[in-house]
Ligand binder design. Structure first.
Ligand SMILES: [Zn+2]
Length: 212
C-alpha cells in the first residue's frame, strides 16, 4: 500500500485500485487517508462515495471500515476524498505541538513527555513537571513565533523505508522521528494559544489551539 499522505500530504482526492474487500472493510493499492498514529487522529472522508467510519493500521496495511458494504470489488478503481479542512487543521496543530515540544526539550533538558494527542480543534502535551508550567509560556511563545515567522522549510523523509519509519527536520532546529503528516513550511502553522491544565501531582498539561 502506497502511503501518499506522507509524500503528498496536500492531496485531497485520489483515484486508486481496491486491493481487498471483506464485508465493510477495504484496503487500497495507494492511499491519501491517514490512520491514527503518533497521537494524530485519523482523517475523515469517503472511499467510492461511502463514508469511512474507521481507519486502522494492521501490520503493513491500513484497513478502512466503510459505513456500508461497498458495491465495488478488488481491482476496481475508486476515488478517495478527504475532509480537507479537518486534515489541514490536524496538520497545523500537529506541527504546532511538535515545535512546542522541541522548544520545551531545548529549554528544559531532561524534561519528560508522558503523553500527547492531536485532535481537530486542540492538541495537548503532558509533561512530568514540578509546579505550574504556565510561567514558561511567554518565553516558549516568543521562540515559537520567531521560528514560525522565519518560515523555514520542513523536510519529511524516510529514516528507514523498509520499516516505514519517517522523520521530519528543520535545518538548525531539530530532527524528529514521526509518522504523522507534515506541512511544507513552518509558517503555515500561524499563531497559537497555550493553556495550562493540572492533571495531578507533578503532571502538567499544555493545551494548544490555533489562534488564526
Ligand atoms: Zn509529526
Amino acid at each position: 500500500m502506497e502511503r501518499l499522505f506522507w509524500t503528498d500530504p496536500y492531496r485531497t482526492h485520489l483515484e486508486s485500485r481496491v486491493a481487498s474487500v471483506h464485508g465493510q472493510d477495504v484496503t487500497l493499492e495507494a492511499t491519501i487517508f491517514f490512520a491514527e498514529s503518533g497521537g494524530q487522529e485519523s482523517d475523515k472522508g469517503t472511499i467510492g462515495g461511502i463514508p469511512v467510519t474507521r481507519a486502522q493500521i494492521l501490520g503493513p496495511e491500513i484497513v478502512y471500515t466503510l459505513a456500508e458494504s461497498p458495491p465495488f470489488r478488488v481491482g476496481d478503481s475508486v476515488t478517495t476524498v478527504l475532509d480537507w479542512p479537518r486534515r489541514q487543521a490536524l496538520m497545523r496543530l500537529h506541527f504546532a505541538a511538535e515545535i512546542v515540544l522541541e522548544l520545551y526539550y531545548k529549554a528544559f533538558p531532561g524534561l519528560e513527555k508522558i503523553g500527547a494527542h492531536i485532535a481537530e480543534t486542540k492538541a495537548r502535551i503532558d509533561f512530568l513537571f514540578e509546579g505550574t508550567i504556565a510561567p514558561t509560556f511567554p518565553e516558549i511563545l516568543a521562540r515559537f513565533d520567531a521560528l514560525v515567522d522565519a518560515d523555514p522549510p520542513i523536510a519529511s523523509t524516510f529514516s528507514d523505508e523498509a520499516a516505514l519509519r519517517r522523520c521530519w527536520s528543520i535545518a538548525g532546529f531539530a530532527q524528529v522521528p514521526c509518522g504523522g503528516t507534515h506541512l511544507r513550511r513552518a509558517g503555515e502553522v500561524g499563531r497559537i494559544h497555550l493553556k495550562r491544565k493540572n492533571i495531578g501531582g507533578g503532571k502538567e498539561r499544555v493545551e494548544i489551539t490555533l489562534a488564526s
